[in-house]
Design a protein around this ligand. Structure first.
Ligand code: SF4
Length: 365
């Protein structure tokens, strides 16, 4: 936004608010001599998360931001270079996975081969930890870890940290399924598909209004009554955002005759918005930003509620614990410790258009 305003003052005309259009204007207005130097000039002005793929008549360029917040992988098919955000895309077209691009890496693919450059100052990587919790597909491997295996480990950590006396473990499909399998295996409880998902409707958390979201939940999930009736249930979901979807799912289970519903969440409480390209609600709308765990349990109407700790999440990723001074990942939606400045948010706050959490504001410098 800040860059877009600067470009507009210099005469650039925008037809959208897309970040990609801003990058195109930066490339177009650069004084670099060729497309590569203009591209480098443009990406060096960006702050935040991006994984870009650009085409010129003779080149394909791929670039990850300096911290490698978002993924980008290199593949190969019949001698041609492929760039994709996840390895599952390579599987689908029968391409071979070559490697993840490194944080801050830029690759240039031409008919002669692939060249690699590092146009940014060296920094420690801060890959988005939420990719492992929710965004990436479970059949992908990102940064050397298989997402499905990580999610099962997350479920096992969750069971160790938040044990519960229950009859069955039920996932909120599909996001909670691998973690629920891990939970059930670690807890020695049966795993059952107590909720069946309709695959013909989209993600509910990005729907624009509460009423459309509520209808979306009903269209999306149905209780498998035979599995639920008279059972004490551990309900596993990947995360709780606004809490309204969880509330509906819990009601669905109660209406189907569940005796008890104990919710276990495969991530820490989501307390802060993401400013790195994810359409999450503003911080004030996140349930965990305004309620204690006990209050959230009451709001969602569960018999008990437990979240994975931040260290538990890091353990599931094979780390001993979170390095608090220099965390190994971006985990800002759980900790409000943003790995970059947030100049756009600062601009919005000073113009009175939005309110950041106190930590987020101080991080934005
Ligand atoms: S704030 Fe959360 S969702 Fe956004 S990049 Fe960081 S970890 Fe990922």
């Amino acid at each position: 936004m800040t860059l877009q305003r600067t470009l507009q003052k210099q005469g650039s005309i925008f037809s959208s608010t897309s970040d990609t259009e801003t990058i195109l204007h930066l490339i177009a207005t650069s004084s670099g001599k060729d497309v590569i130097s203009r591209f480098i000039d443009a990406v060096r002005q960006l702050e935040g998360a991006f994984s870009l793929v650009a085409l010129s008549p003779t080149k394909m360029i791929g670039c990850r931001d300096a911290l490698g917040i978002r993924p980008l992988v290199l593949g190969e098919l019949d001698g041609a270079c492929i760039l994709a955000s996840e390895t599952c895309a390579l599987d689908i077209i029968g391409a071979r996975f070559v490697r993840d691009l490194k944080h801050g890496e830029m690759v240039i693919a031409t008919a002669e081969g692939v060249e690699s450059l590092f146009p940014f100052e060296t920094q420690k990587p801060r890959f988005c930890i939420f990719e492992y919790v929710y965004f990436s597909r479970p059949d992908s491997s990102v940064e050397g870890r298989n997402v499905y295996e990580v999610r099962k480990k997350i479920g096992a950590e969750l069971a160790i940290e938040n044990p519960v006396d229950a009859d069955i473990v039920v996932p909120v499909p599909d996001g909670g399924t691998p973690a629920a399998i891990g939970f059930a295996q670690a807890a020695g409880l049966p795993f059952e598909l107590g909720i069946i998902r309709n695959h013909y409707v989209g993600r509910t958390f990005i729907q624009p209004t509460d009423s459309i979201r509520h209808m979306g939940v009903k269209l999306k999930h149905n209780a498998n009554r035979r599995m639920i009736e008279d059972k004490r249930i551990v309900l596993v979901d990947d995360s709780v955002v606004r809490g309204t979807t969880s509330q509906k799912i819990v009601q669905l289970l109660r209406d189907a005759g569940a005796k008890e519903v104990h919710m276990r969440v495969a991530s820490p409480p989501t307390r802060s918005s993401c400013f790195y390209g994810v359409d999450t609600p503003e911080t004030a709308k996140l349930l965990a930003s305004r309620m204690s765990i006990e209050e959230m349990a009451k709001f969602i109407r569960v018999d008990s509620l437990g979240f994975l700790s931040i260290d538990g999440l890091y353990r599931a990723l094979g780390e001993t614990a979170r390095e608090n001074k220099q965390p190994q990942f971006c985990d800002a939606c759980f900790t409000a410790e943003y790995p970059t400045r947030l100049p756009d948010q600062k601009a919005l706050t000073t113009s009175g258009l939005c309110q950041l959490s106190p930590q987020a504001d101080s991080e934005s410098g």
